[in-house]
Design a protein around this ligand. Sequence first.
Ligand SMILES: [Zn+2]
Length: 301
Amino acid sequence: MAFIAGLDIGGTKIAGAVFDERYNEIAQIVAPTPSDYGSFLKTCVNIVEQLDQKCGQKASLGVGVPGSIDQKAGTIPFAANTPALSGQPLRDDLAKALNRSVRLANDADCAALSEATDGAGAGYQTVFGLIMGTGVGGGFVVKGQIVEGPNGLTGEFGHIALPFREVSDGPVVTCSCGQTGCIDKSVSGLALARLYKMMTNKEADAFEIDTLARRGDVEAIRVLDSFYTTVAKAMRAVIYTFDPEVIVVCGGLSGLPGLYKEVTERWGKYIVGKNPKTQFVPAKYGAMSGLRGAAWVGKST
Ligand SMILES: [Zn+2]
């Protein structure tokens, strides 16, 4: 049996796991993300060697990384959460140290691929993996293949301006991409907290707001009502651009219980036909989607 391993690189931790061909997890290892490139490579190599030991062979390897990828060079030109990786020959360095071919993929693309393969998007031809966490992004999978695009930007709808912006969508904030009014700054967890602050002059994070709303707190209910409308507007950008059969929501906010019903009740107002056939569902594998997808990416190397 062949085994497939994946690494999911985050700003604070590196997670690695190895799976068998039937997608069963054999082992998982997590380590803090070092801040310098040399230590980072050593940590990755160490994790993969341990995973090899667990499965008894040299597993294929895929690596999910934050940021867009230059596949020709095997680099991440700009890695916002892991600056030490920016511009480094990551793919070739890992391949050399681990003596196997390595494939890099954007972490949102990995999550989308995982969900399209055997998650909430299984059985659909076109799957949009929507990442809603501290930031907003996405990946597009067609017939089981990630669509990357020449700039590695497919699915990065978070940097399109929010359609039909109103005051109730919250403060207009300058984005890491240099523009203002990006979707990323309107429908992320941080955006929900900013909206709460704007509407109530109090501080709470996304899950505190949700808990308050479920206890019947009128202010929190009003804030969430406004937030779900903003998410519905943002989905216009996804549906008009990709028109996927299913949008699978990954990331921290995928756990907001009201999200699915509330957004699909609202999005008809912003989308022609008034009743989109697109499904809007939570990820099956939650926080594991990115790691699983990284391993599937490596499978094809
Ligand atoms: Zn932006």
